[in-house]
Design a protein around this ligand. Structure first.
Ligand code: HEM
Length: 277
């Protein structure tokens, strides 16, 4: 007879709770926290990727409203992932050193799911892919994502299909010259008149919020890293804080960030069809 469903066997709680294996000897108290927080992030990355894939399908179909709704969930999840990193500040630099050497040469740098989130968002580069291939990791999915269109590409394709005059950026590159100019002009119009272009405006803003959350996560992560290891090198072999600081300029949707800076302040009256006085 089939086992009756209960909380444990449905959610596989026993299996889940057997996955936090400390390596330190004698056991370092803080290693459990270190493992748990990374595993919690990976579970949420899985959920985020699942939702981003669904959003990508919706955008491809021109269903901007559905994609925006899916992104609302992604943004809520990211909203807890940003402050969550600070739990690690309850570990002192000395506590961390008590087990840090056993992690060598493992590092969050090798999180394949984090790279997938970057690639699917639109932050793809051959250099990034190659750097992951240097480790003994299963990067099959990452290669697949590298070769598939990102949400950035799909978003501009959908705008074009909907009749907007935009060029489609690829991988880590933006359109150039006239293509860049006409794309920015179009985006500017969307930001000038959100009420006329609402479903695309709302999606664009969801994408910017997602980009901003990634950036905020990077910023909070690097501050926590600085508190814990100062100027030490990372276990993954990078320059540590210095390397992480260099990632703070990454953006998946640079044109959306730029377009708002093109708006002028003489619009307030016009957009409501009356003057402001
Ligand atoms: C004690 C806490 C932590 C320390 C000291 C730390 C340190 C570092 C350092 C130094 C790097 C640069 C690569 C290297 O040389 O290792 C890095 C990268 C990274 N870490 Fe952490 N980390 C911590 C916690 C976390 C947590 C909880 C996560 C959650 C998944 C995480 C995810 C990442 C990711 C995704 C990268 C790659 C960032 C990029 O390349 O843009 N880290 N970490």
């Amino acid at each position: 007879m089939a086992e009756k469903v209960n909380y444990d066997n449905y959610l596989k709680v026993s299996e889940l709770l057997s996955l936090q294996e400390s390596l330190s000897e004698p056991k370092a108290h803080d290693e459990l926290l270190f493992i748990t927080i990374h595993q919690a992030y990976e579970l949420w990355f899985k959920q985020i990727l699942f939702e981003m894939d669904a959003a990508c399908v919706a955008i491809k179909a021109g269903a901007a409203y559905d994609a925006t709704r899916i992104f609302q969930r992604i943004l809520k999840i990211e909203g807890i992932l940003v402050p969550q990193i600070h739990i690690l500040e309850t570990m002192s630099p000395r506590d961390f050193l008590s087990f840090r050497k056993i992690l060598n040469p493992a590092s969050g740098f090798q999180s394949v799911q984090f790279r997938q989130v970057e690639f699917l968002s639109g932050m793809k580069s051959q250099e990034s892919l190659d750097s992951m291939d240097r480790f003994d990791l299963d990067t099959t999915k990452l290669h697949q994502r590298f070769n598939e269109p990102s949400i950035r590409e799909v978003f501009y394709e959908a705008l074009q299909t909907a009749g907007y005059d935009v060029a489609i950026p690829t991988d880590n590159t933006n359109p150039e010259g006239d293509d860049l100019d006409r794309t920015l002009e179009t985006l500017k119009t969307i930001y000038e008149f959100p009420e006329k272009h609402y479903k695309w405006y709302a999606l664009a803003e969801a994408l910017v919020s997602h980009d901003q959350n990634l950036l905020l996560w990077r910023f909070h992560h690097v501050r926590v890293v600085e508190r814990l290891i100062g100027s030490k090198m990372g276990t993954g072999g990078s320059a540590g804080v210095k390397y992480l600081e260099s990632t703070l300029s990454k953006r998946a949707y640079p044109m959306l960030w730029f377009a708002r800076g093109m708006l002028t302040d003489d619009l307030y009256g016009t957009i409501r069809g009356h003057t402001t006085d």
